[in-house]
Design a protein around this ligand. Structure first.
Ligand SMILES: Nc1nc2c(ncn2[C@@H]2O[C@H](COP(=O)(O)OP(=O)(O)OP(=O)(O)O)[C@@H](O)[C@H]2O)c(=O)[nH]1
Ligand SMILES: [Mg+2]
Length: 306
């Protein structure tokens, strides 16, 4: 980079159906696990920013919850957060799963994009190309580009990294000229206590079945810096039904113990230091109707008003 290269910076919102691979792409671009990923739908609940530097450009990726037809208050707040992320962005990227193609959900998102009163350019990302035969991709790309005037189309595998270099180059060249928005060593715009809560929620989601992950939330209650450089982290897992508490604890406490070990290991890797993690499970039947819980997650409670 010479002195005359103008710096560029801006926000790139990743939107799409639940499970499209938005968080995987953000992590791939940032080169670190900033946003949690699971094979289940509705993993991400709020907007999460991850920051990548490419040449003279600082690209701020905004991961958002999946967009789907909301039924409950939490759903509505999540979908509102996703569209909020899109409307604040300099570039929107719509992720579509290669093997699922033009679903009803994708059609609905495209219809909403057309209704957005915005000049924000929208790029198309066909993700998970490792799951399909190459011949099917051209037809899918043509079909999607007929439905919406995407300014560019990329075929990638967020997980394997295929096509990600081209996408990064294009974003770095397309963002507006601007001073950088964050210090150059910052990779996430989320307080450490929230990242820690998300890590624990990911481990719980991976271990628990059916509705239980949806009906729990994790909050970091206390954070103590210790003299030896380690951190003592106390977290509460809120569940909404008494029966769920036993499931989260597991027989003889084995589930929560395994979750705690996996979460602690990941926190230590992320922070590069020792962590003492203490998890407590509390029943709070109405947490899904409490504004405070939404604030803790970075969501707007009133967005969930029916
Ligand atoms: N085969 C394959 N799987 C992928 C790829 N990208 C993501 N996945 C998988 O797809 C699943 C969902 O990925 P996420 O990144 O959590 O998806 P998301 O869009 O953030 O999902 P929500 O937060 O629920 O909206 C995970 O099991 C990922 O490992 C890819 O390129 N190829
Ligand atoms: Mg996600």
């Amino acid at each position: 980079m010479t002195d005359t290269t103008p710096t560029r910076a801006g926000f790139v919102a990743l939107i799409g159906e639940p499970n499209a691979g938005k968080s995987t792409l953000l992590n791939q671009m940032v080169g670190a696990k900033v946003s949690i990923v699971t094979h289940k739908v509705q993993t991400t609940r709020a907007r999460i920013r991850g920051i990548a530097i490419h040449g003279a450009a600082q690209i701020v990726f905004v991961d958002t919850p999946g967009i789907f037809r909301p039924r409950r208050r939490l759903d509505r707040s999540m979908v509102a957060a996703a569209w909020g992320g899109a409307s604040d962005a300099d570039i929107i990227l719509l992720l579509v799963e290669a093997h699922r193609g033009m679903t009803e959900g994708v059609k609905a998102i495209i219809a909403s994009l057309k209704g957005l009163d915005s000049r924000t350019p929208v790029g198309l990302i066909i993700n998970k190309i490792d799951r399909v035969r190459a011949e099917t991709l051209l037809a899918l790309s043509a079909e999607l580009n007929e439905a919406y005037p995407f300014i560019s189309t990329f075929m990638i595998s967020a997980e394997k990294g295929y096509g990600c270099d081209g996408l990064r180059d294009w974003l770095a060249a397309t963002l507006p000229e601007s001073p950088w928005l964050y210090p150059e060593d910052q990779i996430a715009d989320l307080p450490m206590r929230m990242i820690a809560a998300e890590i624990t929620r990911e481990k719980l989601t991976l271990r628990l079945h059916e509705e239980i992950p949806y009906q729990l939330t994790v909050e970091t209650e206390a954070w103590e810096e210790r003299k030896d450089g380690s951190a003592k982290v106390d977290q509460i897992v809120y569940v909404s039904r008494p029966g769920h508490k036993g499931i989260v604890l597991g027989k003889g406490g084995e589930t929560i113990k395994a979750v705690g070990q996996a979460a602690r290991a990941e926190m230590e890797e992320f922070m590069g230091r020792r962590v003492h993690l203490f998890l407590q499970v509390k029943v709070r039947e109405n947490w899904l109707d409490e504004a405070e819980r939404y604030n803790e997650m970075g969501l707007d409670f009133r967005d969930g008003d029916a």
